[in-house]
Design a protein around this ligand. Structure first.
Ligand code: SAH
Length: 471
């Protein structure tokens, strides 16, 4: 290690930035996170610097550089290449750390990449060897640290005296803070659940051995591609003790989970009876009551045909804290990823999300309303009932040429996209042997025609019109 990492106190200290350009601006933005007195030395200032000047957040110390301007400074940045030599010499002779931007030889310090959850700050450096690696690490850490982590640290600092008075030093106190920063207390703090937070906090202050109350996060995993997870979903997966997941959740997503989290599959398996909702609820309740942080991982969004509401109600009835992490629902995610706008000017002003299946067979809808011209809808769980659905729509007078797009295994490596008209929906599904989860869009057209997505409208309704079927 050539460069020694440390955190410099800039409270009310003078920090000098030489230059009024983009580079200088970037350093000023960083320094503005501190309470430093920022002195800029430049012939002219970037507009954003001028606005900081107007707001009194920086001072324009001089138009041209002279060494005396560095007196008493805590650090110096030079963003003016022609001045690098002079600035570096003046700073060194005064013992002031200096960074001449893009010139390591003249610098005595480097600025790390920063993940800022003030007062919690992570600094990442590669000693200039691999900035892209540094940036990549930064975005990984960004994704892992919740936005409210800083507030958690501040809240902890307000608790210090109380903890010192009530919790004996040593193991007991360490385990209190462990639970505070990494266990159930943190969970309820980050979920913004003030009631559970204070209940758990009080319990932990009195008796750390009492089992903590677990909680359940209902997390939407998106349509399948792991990169379509939200940052919050990813963090929840990293924090989970137990993950209860549907079988539709691909292995790529589970790979992002904490390694030692227990995994419990509860989804449907072909040719096996699917677990009953009451059994799933029982698992969630059992695990949470054992004090675990349970992630109930669901495809798409937990509230869209995902029985998220029912699970939530069952947990709340047992007094278990629940939070919900939204996900990209299949109808929206699959459409966007194949270039099929779900609303488009001149085409449709609304889109209905509907299910093709219900507990007792074909779901009932207002087919006459859906059959009207200009309607657009996305059918979930519609493959088995597709023949009945198209028959209902045709009976209700839908134009048999109404365009249909089918996306099977959307956003996954084995995705297939098929296009046809409503009159040939059933044959298209049968001919292509569609078996995976699929969304059926009725009444939508692609944003533009390209080699990938072939043009509408389908010719006519003489038979299946498979415009694109990738296998
Ligand atoms: N909560 C989920 C829906 C669960 S119902 C969501 O918000 O997306 C299951 C149905 O979702 C499947 O029958 C299928 O219609 C649809 N679906 C889920 N993942 C899909 C995918 N990757 N491609 C196409 N359809 C998908």
């Amino acid at each position: 290690m050539r460069y020694f990492p440390l955190f410099l106190d800039l409270d009310d200290r003078k920090a000098v930035v030489i230059g009024g350009n983009e580079e200088a601006l970037r350093k000023v933005r960083l320094l503005l996170k501190t309470q430093a007195r920022i002195n800029v030395i430049a012939a002219a200032l970037h507009d954003e610097l001028l606005s900081y000047l107007k707001e009194g957040r920086i001072a324009w110390a001089a138009k041209s550089f002279s060494p005396g301007l560095l007196d008493d400074a805590a650090l110096v940045y030079s963003a003016e290449e022609s001045l690098h030599d002079e600035v570096s010499a003046a700073a060194r002779s005064r013992g002031i750390p200096v960074n001449t931007i893009d010139d390591a030889a003249l610098s005595t310090f480097i600025t790390p990449s920063i993940v800022d959850r003030d007062p919690v700050v992570v600094a990442i450096g590669t000693e200039g060897t691999s900035p892209v690696l540094g940036m990549g690490l930064r975005s990984k850490i960004e994704a892992l640290l919740p936005q409210a982590l800083g507030s958690l640290a501040v809240a902890a600092s307000h608790l210090r005296d109380r903890v010192a008075d009530t919790v004996p030093q040593g193991n007991r106190r360490r385990s209190f803070w462990q639970r505070y920063f990494f266990g159930s207390i943190r969970q309820s703090f980050l979920a913004g659940d003030a009631k559970t937070y204070s209940r758990e906090l009080e319990a932990a202050l009195i008796d750390d051995s009492s089992p903590s109350v677990g909680r359940v996060s209902l997390v939407g995993a998106g349509p399948g591609d792991p990169e379509l997870l939200t940052l919050k979903a990813q963090r929840k997966l990293q924090e989970a003790d137990v993950i209860v997941y549907d079988r539709l959740i691909g292995p790529g997503i589970l790979e992002l989970a904490r390694r030692d989290a227990v995994r419990i599959p509860v989804g449907k398996k072909p040719f096996e009876p699917s677990p009953r909702q009451s059994d799933i609820n029982a698992i969630l309740i059992r695990e949470a009551k054992a004090g675990r942080h349970v992630v109930r991982l669901k495809g798409g969004d937990p509230y869209v045909f995902g029985r998220g509401g029912e699970e939530q109600a069952a947990l709340i009835a047992e007094g278990i804290a629940v939070d919900i992490v939204p996900g990209i629902t299949a109808a929206l995610g699959c459409a966007a990823s194949i270039g099929l706008p779900v609303t488009q000017r001149g085409q449709n002003r609304s889109i209905t999300l509907l299910t093709g299946a219900s507990e007792d067979g074909l779901a009932q809808h207002d087919w006459a309303a859906l059959a009207k011209p200009g309607q657009a809808f996305a059918i979930y769980m519609g493959v088995n009932a597709a023949g009945d659905i198209s028959a209902q729509l045709l009976d209700a007078g839908i134009d048999h040429r109404t365009p249909v797009t089918i996306v099977e295994n959307g956003t996954l490596a084995n995705e297939r996209v098929m296009m046809c008209s409503i009159g040939s929906l059933w044959e298209t599904l049968a001919l292509n042997g569609v078996e995976g989860p699929a969304i059926i869009y009725v009444g939508l057209k692609p944003a533009q025609t390209s080699a990938d997505i072939l043009p509408f409208p389908a010719r006519d309704d003489t038979g299946p019109q498979i415009l694109r079927a990738v296998s």
